[in-house]
Design a protein around this ligand. Sequence first.
Ligand code: HEC
Ligand code: HEC
Length: 335
Amino acid sequence: MRPPWRRRRAGAALLLGLLAAGATLGIARAVKGRRASPLIDGERLASFSSLPPPSPPADPVAARRVALGRSLFADPRVSKNGDVSCTRCHALDAWGADGKRVSRGSDDREPPRNTPSIYNVGGFFALLWDGRQTDLTAQAREVLLSPRTMATTPERLAQTLSAVPSYSDAFTHAFPGEKEPVSFDNAARALAAYEETLVTRGRWDRFLEGEPSALTDQEKAGFNRFVEVGCVACHFGPNVGATMFQKVGLVKAWPNTRDRGRYEITKRDSDWMVFRVPPLRNVARTAPYFHDGSIASLPEAIRMMAHHQIGRDLEEDDVTLIAAWLGSLTGDPSP
Ligand code: HEC
Ligand code: HEC
């Protein structure tokens, strides 16, 4: 079976094709029609696509898995001391993050990097700041075991959850026919099934699907600047990022080189300071920024990106416009 991010990407490619056609005909003309409006060239939109709405569960078993995953995601009993839930750091009502520079997990330990949003993860080409995982189930296993987050063990998790009658029922129904349905692996599978449903569609999607008035003129102008300045070279696709790895400090050295990104895994010189290009969906709501959470303001993050990634110091007007467009990427959390 293909991993979930591939399935979602195939869907996105199809949408992209439809969109490109729609964009040149519909959107460009509609925007042209209003004189004062900034014009958005349909070709520029072809690098982007709307997020497919989460598909309804294929069958009742799939639906039960998602429901079980939803319970587990909010339940601190999945952690060693019974005090840390996934929602502590990935708050669902705060666009999937917690607003802290770094979060605190089990025994008050800090994961070494800033907490990214949990929304839209089903569509990323790779997970985490360094892209070391590509599969949501494997990532869930990692985070459950990690001493800095949940710090549990497969045995402890299975034992704790088996002792809760509602969970033994829920696992039995979500994994029918299995001898020992309440297991560490099944918990990770249910979490992954739930995470796939966490999609935030918003005004940007409506715009891409042919509703020009979904964006303000300022946001449209900001989109144009984002493309013209060259941000689009790395941030594109349905999630405006999360399609590839890139060096941070590509043109001008990045200030903080304590965490060397993919180099920490591969020890290859070519991976020094290479990170996954992060998605920019909901970015206006998920400060602070960058893998170290060092930057609190979005305009400052934009200025740094232009300076270090492109070698360009932006006019304040451009920073304001780009920030306005990034604000239009804020979506509505799926129920
Ligand atoms: C203590 C805070 C904390 C808790 C609790 C936590 N996470 Fe995270 N999560 C993080 C951090 C930090 C990262 C980024 C780590 C990295 O890149 O190395 C992350 C990354 C992720 C990602 C990848 C997001 C992306 O952009 O690729 C997923 C998926 C995820 N977590 C799922 C979970 C699940 C499921 C749970 C509960 C079982 C959980 N997390 C609990 C802090 C937390
Ligand atoms: C050469 C590739 C590249 C270009 C060009 C680029 N970025 Fe980035 N962007 C990255 C990478 C890699 C990161 C992750 C950096 C880190 O965390 O240390 C990032 C991070 C970001 C973040 C922080 C996201 C978060 O969740 O913390 C924002 C905002 C951002 N970029 C906006 C922009 C804007 C605006 C431009 C154009 C001025 C731009 N980027 C140009 C690669 C690029």
